[in-house]
Design a protein around this ligand. Sequence first.
Ligand code: 2AM
Ligand code: CA
Ligand code: CA
Ligand code: CA
Length: 278
Amino acid sequence: QDPYMVSSKSPTAVAINAAAKTGQWIKSRLGNIKELDIKQSAQDLVTDVDKGAELMIRKLILTHFPDHAFLGEEGVEAASTEPMDALEDAEYLWIVDPVDGTTNFVQGFPYFCISIALAHHGELIIGVIYDPMRDEMFVAEKGRGAYMHGTPTAVSSEDTLADSVIAIGFNPERDFALPLNLKGMQALAPRTRSLRAMGSAAMHLAYVAAGRLSGYYEVGLNSWDIAAGVLLIQESGGKVTDTQGQAFHLGARHIVATNGHMHQELIQVIEEAGASGY
Ligand code: 2AM
Ligand code: CA
Ligand code: CA
Ligand code: CA
C-alpha cells in the first residue's frame, strides 16, 4: 500500500468522518440494544453499541494512521488503572469515548455524544464531539479555533457565578467521587443561577465551548470523557484546569472548565467545600 495515499486525509477530516459515520450508526441503534451489561456496578453500563462504535471508530482512524496509538474507553480492562505516563509519551495518541452518556442512550434520553481527541506528545491538537441526535459537530484544532458546522464557537461572557448556569456530574464511581460531587453541588447550588447535570461530561464541555453553559465541575473523570472537550473550550476562549487550578494535562481527573471569567471563583467555592478531590 502507498503510504502517501494512506495518510492523504488530514487527521481532522478523518476524525470528523469517523464521528459522523459512527454517530449515524449509534442513532440508528437507539431503542435497539442487543446486549446490556454492567461493568463495576449497577450504575456503570455498557452495551453492544458502545463496543461496536469503538471498533468502528478505531478502524476508521487506524486505516489512515496505522502507526498511531489508540485509547478507547471500551478497550481498557475494567480493573486496570490507566498507564497515563506511557500515554503522555506517545507520539500520536487518539483518545476516544465511543458513547459518552451511555445511561442516557440506554434510557432513550437524547443526550449523548461521540468524543474523539488526538494528542501529540501529550498535547491536545484535535478535538471532535458529535451529538448525532441534534446533528451537532463540534471541531477544534490547536491554534486554529473551534467551530460548529463552520461557525466559530465562543464561550459565554458572564463574570460571576451568580449570573452563571454551571453543569455538574455524578459519574458512577460512588466511594470516592460521589461524596465529593455531592459536596460540590451543595456548595454551588446557592451561589449559581442554576445547576444542570445531563449525564454526559463531553456534552457539558462542548456546551461550555459554545457558550450554552458558563462552566462545569466534576471529580472522578477519565481522559476519554474530557480530552476533546478541553481543546474545544481552550480554542473557544475558555479555560480548563484541575480543581486546584493547575493547567490541564491528560492525567487530570478532577476538572473545572469555564468561560474563564469566573474560573477562580468556582475553584474557590470547590476548595472551600473540600470538594476538589485533592
Ligand atoms: P460514559 O457514559 O461514557 O460511561 C455521567 O455518568 C458521566 O460519567 C458520563 O460522561 C459517563 O461516561 C461518565 N462515567 C461513566 N462511568 C464512569 C466511571 N467509571 N468513571 C468516571 N466517569 C464515568
Ligand atoms: Ca462508560
Ligand atoms: Ca464517558
Ligand atoms: Ca463511554
